[in-house]
Design a protein around this ligand. Structure first.
Ligand SMILES: Cc1cc2nc3c(=O)[nH]c(=O)nc-3n(C[C@H](O)[C@H](O)[C@H](O)COP(=O)(O)OP(=O)(O)OC[C@H]3O[C@@H](n4cnc5c(N)ncnc54)[C@H](O)[C@@H]3O)c2cc1C
Length: 298
């Protein structure tokens, strides 16, 4: 197999991100497996641009001027999921491209509990590990036994949680050379199939009630400041309904910015900056972004 055959050029990120907005990435690689990815990264002929990984693009905005980079899209090819055992019970393995809701359902259907919270997070395992995704009091790293990573030269490694600094929606590696997640081993507890499925249903219902899911969005734009809620601060500043072009602060959930149709990345970023500014003026709190913004301005 020729690994270069999965290499694409000029990928429009409006098709790859949940905001349905953004510029073009110079090169994209969609590996068919972990092995294929390792071969590709080892090959001398691969583009020598900065490397980064994208899962389901549910927490990402690429500026309208695009990004001169080589992006690995994990979602289609890194899709392995399996269960194995050790002397302490069962371990679930999920590759970086597996959608978090799929892992939640897989675990529930096997009669294990603890992954239900992932069912409403529309990201991938790799993105979840990079962001320490979580909700309703649980976070993905609570369940991680170890992770599998790859270096930019295609070398595979296994790492333990102690090799990372894990914070609220932020994970930093303690070792030097940059590595990307290709999968994770998770420990969930034996539970009750029906209870877990019911819990998933309840959590999804809650999201439909509380979040503006009918329009493209990227979930919570800002992290909650210590002892406060970003949505509350935005709402108290009277910013619901504020818009820049087709980017709008949702009336349903003030920490969501929705694309009402044809928003540019600039519309979204300008709105983010304005919300930050007004909230700081009103409350003295500087909101920190949860969504990742990369690339060049036009
Ligand atoms: C409707 C909605 C609801 C949401 N609700 C929640 C929620 O409740 N809780 C929550 O935490 N988040 C939530 N999010 C945000 C988002 O789904 C999560 O942050 C998710 O973990 C991002 O995963 P992704 O695959 O989409 O990452 P991407 O958006 O593709 O990438 C996000 C970041 O992770 C990096 N990354 C991606 N894959 C890898 C990898 N394999 N190795 C290294 N780095 C990688 C990217 O480079 C980027 O910096 C929500 C989003 C939406 C749209």
């Amino acid at each position: 197999m020729n690994p270069q055959s999965n290499l694409l050029e000029h990928i429009a990120m409006e098709r790859q991100t949940s905001w349905r907005a953004g510029g073009v990435v110079r090169f994209g690689y969609a590996p068919s497996s972990e092995k294929d990815l390792a071969l590709f990264l080892k090959s001398k002929s691969r583009p020598g641009l900065p490397l980064f990984f994208v899962g389901l693009g549910s927490n990402l905005l690429i500026r309208d001027g695009g990004l001169e980079a080589l992006v690995v899209f994990t979602h289609r090819g890194l899709s392995e999921m399996l269960v194995s055992g050790d002397n302490r019970g069962k371990l679930f393995y999920a590759s970086a491209g597996v959608a978090l809701p799929k892992l939640a359902r897989f675990s529930a259907n096997m009669g294990f509990e603890g992954a239900e919270f992932m069912a409403g997070i529309p990201g991938s395992v790799g993105g979840g590990l990079a962001m320490n995704a979580g909700c309703y009091g649980s976070e993905i790293w609570d369940c991680v036994e170890r992770v599998r990573t790859i270096t930019s030269d295609g070398e595979i490694k296994e790492r333990s949680p102690s090799e990372y600094t894990i914070q609220y929606r932020k994970v930093s590696q303690k070792y030097e050379q940059k590595e990307f997640f290709v999968g994770g081993w998770f420990r969930f507890n034996p539970g009750d199939k029906k209870k877990s499925r019911d819990k998933i249903r309840e959590l999804l219902k809650r999201r439909v009630k509380e979040q503006p899911l009918s329009k493209p969005n990227s979930g919570s734009v800002f992290r909650n400041p210590e002892g406060n809620f970003a949505a509350q601060l935005i709402e108290n500043s009277g910013l619901k309904g504020l818009h820049r072009g087709a980017a709008l602060v949702s009336d349903k959930h003030a920490n969501f910015i929705i694309n009402t149709g044809g928003a540019t990345a600039k519309n979204i970023e300008d709105l983010i900056l304005e919300v930050q500014e007004v909230v700081e003026l009103n409350s003295g709190v500087k909101l920190k972004r949860e969504v990742h913004i990369m690339g060049d301005h036009c």
